[in-house]
Design a protein around this ligand. Structure first.
Ligand code: ZN
Length: 612
């Protein structure tokens, strides 16, 4: 019998909260005798941008047998230790002052980290078990600090500092850790224990949050596993940081890190969800859905992740777009929001997509592939050149779901494709201990059309070619009609348009984007120009709008603007009103197809009972 390989040990200490420094001591029992290589990831799965976490490493040194060992720098995030046979220790100090869900943050109020920011990967030993020794900060700063993570305890008490473990490096960096004086609430759903840990000053009804999240979690488990209705994990953690103004989330296999505005949390006594709370529920639902769809069902391009460089896939429209479709759909199926609210949200998504000329030049497949350099690196031309694989991907999911339901009279739906993807590519992806499972295979780049047809019996290949590989507009009005839902698009107001998005920066009114072919662009007015006058009158945001309400589309206007401090004059011919709003509204009181999609039938399948 062979001995299991010695675990890799990471001692993690929030050593200097005021300087925002974590220290990490890594011990490798059996380093590569030719010289152990160590690396920090260039990106964190779920956020498709090269972030080069090594840039926050303040110091690094290695030792073996009590003696300093030479560390050679190989590239921007890789080191190689001098050859040694004994246990290798590497000491790192890491700066942690980014309050986002992607990196690490530490001060005297709390600590948060993703191990991808703190823990070096031991190259060649990625499959070894990892032990994490989590230490409290020194001194009296943190006498009442607790720990929230779903990293399995290996001696540490629940919510305590101490020993935790991960089955391998991939799991280690997929379990974010929060430490501090967070408030928490627990609930059971889908056969698993759930917890919400809230960091930040909040005045919120956390029991309400738990009451609303429980049926959403149950509905998602029921979608993927209609027989058992069980989630593929025993514990799940929502790590929520509430700030003045913020919104974002990052998915993990049994947890999620979320950032929200503190006023998005439900206030005590709140009735029906307001917009902020509905947004928060949608965000939590989105990240939870990812526990199946992208953390277990993955694009083949992510199996395994290459943490040193971009991992290109043309399928993010499936993994992010479908997740964006199901996030709100799960709220209505769980009975947490009503049909009218759901349709209002769909209208907002559609309005957003229709506003961007980029939908006419970039396909969803290209948007997915170029996420690293385009969607995640927006600039002034992004609205003209990029379509969101989240928003348009959600609309394609809607178009597919409606098409399949109508063609099969409600007998099949996109849910069937999700279940088949789950059975074939997701269910066995992780072993019970959370390590890479026995059959790790992802969805092939060209695998979806055949899978969709197999699951539903509806051939959608030609439509997918037009909607995903091409840039054709989605025929949503036609697809919604059999569900008794009307789709109308109309301008939000009658004000003629400059064909530009404006932004106030300090005291300046600037052109943020000159839309493709719009009045501003035709006249030469460009992003960054500072508008000072329109038809000889000084303007700010409000007065310009007032002035334009007295003009009509086709009217000429003269705009004065500074470019690089030089005053320039532009002759514009005003466009039609720019902002169109899409609204979806039921045309009939009752409709069998709609009932199966959003109504009582859908809610019963989700196990949401009689709540409305
Ligand atoms: Zn997502």
């Amino acid at each position: 019998m062979s001995r299991p390989p010695d675990p890799i040990t990471y001692r993690i200490t929030p050593a200097d909260p005021h300087a925002h420094l974590f220290t990490v001591t890594l011990t490798v029992a059996h380093p590569d005798p030719a010289g152990q290589r160590l690396a920090l990831p260039a990106w964190i799965p779920g956020s498709y941008l090269i972030r080069d976490f090594a840039r926050h490493l303040v110091s690094i040194r290695a030792e073996a047998g009590g003696r300093r060992l030479r560390l050679e720098r190989i590239d921007k995030h890789t080191w190689q230790a001098a050859p040694t046979t004994g246990p290798l220790q590497v000491h790192c100090t890491v700066y942690a002052w980014d309050l986002s869900v992607r990196t690490a943050h530490l001060d005297a109020t709390h600590g948060f980290y993703n191990a991808s920011s703190l823990c070096l990967r031991v190259i060649g030993q990625e499959s070894h078990r990892c032990t994490v020794l989590l230490e409290p900060p020194p001194g009296s700063v943190a006498r009442d600090w607790r720990v929230a993570t779903t990293l399995p305890e290996a001696g540490a008490p629940r919510h305590g500092f101490g020993r935790y473990e991960a089955p391998d490096y991939d799991a280690l960096i997929d379990h974010p850790v929060e430490m501090g004086t967070f408030a928490s609430v627990r609930f059971e759903a889908a056969g698993a224990e759930h917890e919400v840990a809230v960091t930040g000053r909040v005045d919120a009804d956390l029991d309400r949050l738990a009451r609303d999240l429980a049926p959403v979690c149950a509905a998602q488990a029921a979608l993927f596993e209609p027989q058992t209705r069980r989630a593929p994990f025993g514990r799940y953690l929502f790590l929520l940081t509430a700030v003045d103004d913020g919104y974002g989330g990052l998915e993990h296999r049994s947890s999620t890190a979320l950032l929200c505005g503190r006023n998005d949390l439900p206030r005590p006594g709140l009735g029906a969800p307001d917009d902020g709370y509905r947004g928060l529920l949608g965000l939590a639902s989105h990240e939870y859905f990812h526990a199946w769809h992208v953390k277990r069902i993955k694009p083949a391009a992510f199996v395994p992740y290459d943490l040193g460089r971009e991992n290109f896939t043309r399928l993010l429209w499936i993994f992010e777009g479908f997740t964006s479709y199901y996030d709100d759909l799960m709220l209505v199926r769980a009975g947490v929001i009503g049909e009218a609210d759901y349709l209002k949200g769909l209208g907002r998504t559609l309005s957003g997509v229709l506003r961007g000329p980029g939908r006419r030049v970039q396909s969803l497949a290209d948007s997915s592939f170029d996420a690293w350099t385009k969607y995640y690196r927006p600039d002034e031309n992004t609205p003209n050149a990029v379509v969101s694989y989240y928003a348009k991907g959600a609309l394609v999911a809607l178009a597919l779901d409606l098409s399949i339901r109508a063609r099969t009279r409600g007998r099949a739906s996109l849910d069937d494709a999700m279940r088949l993807m789950w059975q074939r590519h997701g269910r066995d992806f992780l072993a019970p201990d959370g390590s890479a499972g026995p059959r790790p295979s992802g969805l092939p780049e060209d695998g979806f059309p055949a899978l969709l047809e197999e699951a539903t019996g509806v051939p959608m290949r030609p439509a997918l070619a037009r909607w995903v590989d091409g840039t054709e507009e989605l025929p949503l009005a036609r697809l919604l009609a059999p569900f008794g839902i009307g789709l109308a698009t109309a301008p939000t107001d009658r004000t003629p348009s400059l064909g530009a998005r404006l932004a106030t920066r300090g005291a300046d009114l600037c052109v943020a984007t000159a839309y493709s072919g719009g009045a501003a662009q035709r006249s030469g007015l460009s992003a960054g120009d500072v508008l000072v006058a329109c038809d000889g009158l000084r303007v700010d945001e409000r007065s310009l709008k007032t002035l334009l309400t007295r003009r009509r589309p086709g009217d000429p206007v003269t705009v004065h603007a500074f470019r690089r401090d030089v005053l320039m004059r532009f002759e514009l011919v005003l466009d039609e009103p720019a902002r169109t709003e899409a609204t979806l509204a039921p045309l009939t009181r009752d409709n069998a197809l709609r009932r199966g999609w959003l109504g009582p039938t859908a809610r019963a399948l989700a196990g949401a009972g009689a709540r409305s």
